[in-house]
Design a protein around this ligand. Structure first.
Ligand code: NOJ
Length: 547
């Protein structure tokens, strides 16, 4: 396997080749303005996030059942270096330590997810409820509240009980709607007296496309052209059902809110004077965030998805569209099932129109969109191959949400940047730059009138990064995965983010520059600590066993 840095060099080369074929494009047309000094509205909530499978570890402890990620990661060749989330950050055993880190940052909220098989091992509530799992989340929630940190809870961050996958085919099967609703109902019953912000799903786009279309994620199915649409259809119905359950059974008593966390890259037309590119860019965003947001806010799929997938299905000789449809009753049941919208956002693409042949054999979510994605090779990409830092795209996406869905209340549920495996530097200047510029674009969006109430830096800790294993680190805190105690070390970005939080924004240039300078100065001490700990653990490892 090629080292990650080499893959990245090839990647840029291919993209530059792609770009040279987009003749009309003038990069200089995109001047995105200067930095805005100012503060966020009073009461703006600052947080950091995590998810169960990515951080908890304890995969088989205290009666937890298997999830599709436990099984998938144990199959050879699915995950970089065959890593698994078996122990990950050992978050299951480190509630106090991690809440301590959050206090250090002065977070207002912490976003985490509940592992369905930790509470209900088979996924079917009538089979068995694991009280030890309930106890763990009780402790976490209580400890957060004692420290004045608001918990924001995701019910499904990808770890479906394996039993439901094996018995029913997971999200390909409509029966998931009821099972998920039972699980959610249990969470409302046991935790709802203390949780006021619920999110049904995290990034269902990824569940559908990577889980059931490309197979890069668990459960690893490659049902091209149909699998993602079907999974998404059931997920949207499950979301709506859970929202109604809360609305009718719990809201009056518990007074919380139920939303969903959707991810979306921004798509910018390559040539902003070319109508075809403008439409292609709009399609890109509609097939991404709009796929889920439009039914939830307006009752049905985006018209452009219905048109494109419908037309291609006819050309492929199919009697009905590969995109399932909602009945009139379902539309009105689904419409309006969102008290707030969670937005996860990391990056942007330039988009140009590109026709893909409609052959049945090549049908897929990707070819249905009739577009090509490009990047500017000058965009910084310090970590994940797909993650280019393009802060202005964030403001555009937030404004898109405002105009398309009636200016809903938004919580940014994920935003952050990774670093490559070999760059285990705690002085993460590039992450400081990313957070500074992205949160500044969010501030501009708020000035534009977008109703953003909170921001969640992704992520609190380095953790298991799905098919990339531990090779990509998103954390504010570095985790030494080679040490079985999984110690955490602050990166420079901790110091910088802390300043943004305590000032609730950016006071003036001199001060913000000072924050940055100080952050980078202090991180060298943490670097030395980490290096010393490494040396010690290496020396121990090298001692002969007989000593
Ligand atoms: C979105 C996913 O929800 C999250 O789990 C993941 O860590 C980030 N993308 C970064 O890839």
């Amino acid at each position: 396997m090629l080292p990650r840095c080499a893959i990245s060099v090839c990647h840029v080369f291919v993209l530059v080749l792609c770009l040279s074929s987009a003749e009309d494009f003038d990069w200089t047309k995109n001047d995105h303005g200067s930095f805005y000094y100012g503060t966020f509205p009073a009461g703006f909530s600052w947080g950091a996030g995590s998810s169960a499978y990515q951080t908890e570890g304890a995969w088989d402890k205290d009666g937890k059942g298997l999830s599709i990620w436990d099984v998938f990661s144990h199959k050879k060749g699915k995950i970089q270096q065959n890593d698994t989330g078996d122990s990950s950050c050992e978050g299951y055993h480190k509630i106090k330590d991690d809440v301590g880190l959050m206090k250090e940052l002065k977070l207002n909220h912490y976003r985490f997810s509940i592992s369905w098989p930790r509470l209900i091992p088979t996924g079917i509530k009538s089979d068995h409820i694991n009280e030890k799992g309930i106890q763990y989340y009780n402790e976490l929630i209580d400890h957060l509240l004692e420290n004045k940190i608001t918990p924001i809870v995701t019910l499904y961050h990808w770890d479906l009980p394996q039993f439901l996958q094996e018995r029913y085919g997971g999200w390909q099967n409509i029966s998931m709607v009821n099972h998920f609703n039972e699980f959610a109902n249990l969470c409302f019953e046991r935790f709802g007296n203390r949780i006021k912000y619920w999110m049904t799903f995290n990034n269902p786009w990824s569940v559908a496309v990577e889980g059931y279309e490309t197979g890069e994620h668990a459960p690893g199915l490659r049902l091209r052209g149909t699998g993602a649409y079907k999974a998404a259809h059931h997920i949207i119905k499950a979301h709506a059902k859970v929202w109604h359950t809360y609305d009718t059974q719990w809201r009056a008593k518990q007074k919380g809110l139920v939303g969903i966390s959707l991810s979306g890259d921004w798509g910018e037309p390559v040539d902003i004077t070319n109508q075809k590119d403008i439409e292609a860019a709009e399609r890109y965003v509609q097939f991404y965030l709009g796929w889920f947001a439009t039914p939830i806010f307006h009752g049905d799929y985006p018209q452009v998805m219905k048109d494109f997938i419908g037309r291609k299905s006819v050309q492929q000789g199919l009697g009905t569209s590969r995109l399932p449809s909602f009945s009139p009753q379902e539309k009105s049941y689904i419409k309006g099932t969102c008290d707030f919208l969670g937005v996860g956002h990391f990056t942007t693409r330039y988009i140009t129109q590109k026709n893909h042949p409609s052959a049945r054999s090549s049908s897929s979510y990707f070819t249905d969109r009739d577009l090509a994605e490009l990047v500017d090779p000058r965009w910084p990409d310090p970590g994940s191959e797909w993650l280019y830092s393009v802060p202005w795209g964030f403001r555009r996406l937030l404004n898109f949400v405002k105009s398309q869905y009636g200016n809903p209340m938004i919580y940014v549920t994920e935003n952050g940047v990774s670093e490559k495996m070999l760059c285990t530097e705690l002085c993460d200047d590039w992450r400081i730059q990313y957070f500074k510029d992205y949160t500044n674009e969010m501030l501009k969006a708020i000035k534009d009138g977008v109703n953003v109430k909170g921001y969640t830096a992704w992520s609190l800790l380095d953790k298991f990064e799905w098919d990339e294993g531990y090779s990509e680190r998103f954390g504010l805190y570095y985790v030494d995965f080679r040490n079985k105690n999984k110690p955490r070390y602050p990166k420079a970005s901790v110091q910088f983010y802390k300043r943004i939080i305590s000032s609730n924004g950016f006071p003036n240039q001199r001060e913000v520059e000072n924050w940055r300078r100080k952050a980078v100065e202090t991180c060298s001490t943490s670097n030395q600590l980490l290096a010393a700990a490494r040396r010690t653990s290496k020396e121990h490892a090298e001692l002969p066993k007989t000593l």
